[in-house]
Design a protein around this ligand. Structure first.
Ligand code: SF4
Length: 599
């Protein structure tokens, strides 16, 4: 069997039986490539629709791609499981160094099933795996968990993916944090891991990944590197990460302000938190995921003030969608602290900020009072209160117990009209401002994992074929194209930031196919890889239909985006039109070949 690109083995871990099994992997990988393709196929074929996300039968698939760990700029790992918000699919994608380490340890993917009685962690080293006692780690932060494991196992290079107290307490916004800062975030994977009593996965490998045609592969790698290295948007991203686009994002209506009451933020506040300011004051060095020429991340140190001594990896533009504009926090040190705290507690920044912002708006409107918030005054811009609420969510304490359910479930508990102020898609909190760019809006609303801009969503101003952002024309075909493309990217292990999604001159389907073909020896063109991407997306759609019962009505945006227009800025007056939305959906389903009435 040809194992080039892939390493040819997978690991099955049964936490109920405390048993690990090594299985061949290549047959499945040849059909679904790797990453999200394999994860979604296994999810669809192994789970009964009645299985609750917290039931031991739910599985978690950590899957690398055939390019992960090679000289190609590909670091990503996919995690696929059943979504604790929606009951449909969850798929999150993490950079850093975990994926390459899994490959070097001799595995393409890891399937975790069952649930242990006592806390455990999984140790994977060079072709072997062991389930070990983690009683001493339970209750520790993700940061401490990594430190303890590296110290006890005497290996500074151990890669550790762990949950924090949020995952242990089954808080729905719980994430899995890799090496202190990289995250599997959306869909509540940390809570699923907590339900399995699995505290951490620690990996160390000293093997390698062979490729089928080394010389031709290196030529393709060289081409990809040059394309990325010379790209203007990459130069901006290299300096400032995705926060390079904070000001332009605001102009394009991408910042939801005060829980989406508006979609244009005060530029004076943006000035306070510009990335250039953070670079100047706090940056110690830049950081990259494994073998990535972009190195878009930053390592910060705060030397004075309230958070003096804090040292941590920084954040991307999501922090501005989540905590800056949405909660009006314009103190850069508070943002660094909030991001670090979420990582320590094992909280996804997107899914934890949303119920907090929702509660702030309820408080502003008098729907809730401090009697229900443990005495806290929820006032826009108050970072200390946000920090306290994050702690409460992670521990499911007091008011945090309600917020830990996510906004939609929390609104059923609070009632009193609070449901209107929830911004969710398919039951999961959504983070994107979607009134202005209709392509962005459609892509987010139809995303199978319950919202999110990392499926079919695209920014029209970066995508010439998509036409004018406010127009509903030409959007469905581009959304379908990007859905197939993103699935392809997630199968091979490449970062979306290095592709045409980010800039028209970056890596496209043919570049990816050439890297894939020379790495694995399996010859596929770009359109053939996109066709496999289409199948993966269809599997996700089918899973959602069977497991969550989603239909056309679940592809609509939250009501407030159709009722309240943008109040300020270049997109003033924009909102979503229900009739035009219906037409976009008709066209979107028609292109997919799905039933137009049921979706
Ligand atoms: S572009 Fe940034 S996030 Fe993506 S792989 Fe490179 S360093 Fe990581």
């Amino acid at each position: 069997m040809n194992n080039n690109g892939w390493v040819g083995r997978s690991l099955r871990v049964d936490l109920t039986k405390i048993k690990v099994t090594v299985e061949p992997s290549t047959r499945l990988l040849k059909r679904f490539i790797g990453g999200r393709g394999v994860g979604q196929w296994l999810l669809f074929n192994n789970l009964r629709p009645e299985v609750d996300p917290f039931h031991p039968e739910n599985i978690m698939v950590f899957s690398t791609g055939p390019l992960t760990g090679t000289m190609a700029p590909a670091s990503r790992t996919s995690l696929d499981t059943k979504n604790v918000y929606t009951g449909g699919v969850a798929s999150s994608n993490c950079g850093g160094h975990l994926g390459p380490e899994i490959k070097y340890a001799g595995f393409d993917y890891i399937t975790i099933q069952g649930s242990s009685k006592n806390p455990t962690y999984l140790l994977i080293t060079d072709g072997e795996a062991e389930i070990k006692d983690a009683s001493h780690l339970w209750g520790e932060s993700t940061w401490r968990t990594g430190e303890i494991l590296r110290r006890d196992l005497g290996d500074e290079n151990l890669r550790v993916a762990s949950i924090g107290v949020a995952g242990e307490n089954l808080a729905r916004p719980a994430s899995i944090i890799v090496d202190k800062a990289r995250a599997f975030g959306r869909g509540g994977p940390g809570a699923v891991m907590g339900s399995k009593k699995l505290k951490a996965i620690a990996v160390r490998g000293t093997g390698g990944v062979s490729v089928a045609e080394p010389e031709r592969f290196m030529e393709e790698v060289q081409k990809a590197w040059v394309k990325i290295d010379r790209n203007q948007s990459v130069k901006a991203r290299r300096m400032n990460g995705s926060r390079a686009f904070l000001t332009t994002g605001n102009e394009h209506g991408l910042l939801g302000v005060r829980n989406f009451q508006d979609e244009y933020w005060d530029n004076r506040k943006i000035e306070n938190i510009r990335q250039e300011t953070l670079n100047e004051r706090y940056e110690v060095r830049k950081l990259a995921c494994f073998n990535c020429p972009v190195y878009c991340s930053h390592f910060y140190k705060i030397d004075s003030g309230k958070y003096s001594g804090l040292m941590c990896e920084g954040f991307q533009l999501n922090i501005d969608w989540d905590f800056s504009a949405k909660l009006e926090i314009d103190d850069p040190e508070a943002l660094i602290k909030i991001n670090a705290l979420c990582n320590e507690l094992g909280l996804d920044i997107d899914n934890s900020s949303a119920p907090i912002a929702w509660a702030f708006e309820l408080y502003e409107k008098g729907i809730i009072t401090s009697k229900e918030t443990d005495g806290l005054k929820l006032e826009w811009g108050d970072a200390s209160t946000v920090i306290e609420l994050l702690q409460k969510i992670a521990r499911r304490e007091g008011f945090g117990k309600i917020l830990a359910e996510g906004s939609k479930r929390a609104s059923k508990i609070i009632g009193r009209g609070s449901e209107y102020y929830v911004s969710h898609i398919k039951g999961q909190d959504s983070i994107e401002a979607i009134r202005s760019d209709k392509g962005w809006a459609l892509g987010c609303a139809v995303a199978p994992r319950g919202g999110g801009h990392l499926d079919g969503a695209f920014q029209s101003h970066r995508t010439p074929e998509a036409g004018e952002p406010h127009s509903y024309d030409s959007k469905p075909e581009r959304v379908v194209w990007f859905e197939k493309f993103k699935a392809t990217v997630d199968m091979v292990g490449i970062c979306y930031f290095t592709t045409v999604w980010s800039d028209q001159n970056l890596l496209g389907p043919e570049d990816i196919a050439n890297l894939f073909s020379t790495a694995t020896g399996m010859k596929l063109r770009g359109d053939e890889m996109m066709e496999i991407g289409r199948k993966v997306h269809n599997i996700e759609k089918a899973f959602n239909t069977l497991h969550a019962g989603f239909t056309r009505k679940d592809d609509y945006p939250p009501e407030r985006f159709m009722v309240e227009p943008v109040k300020a800025g270049p997109n003033r007056g924009e909102k979503l039109d229900e009739k035009m939305w219906g037409r976009m959906l008709d066209e979107y389903y028609r292109i997919h070949g799905w039933d137009i009435e049921s979706g």
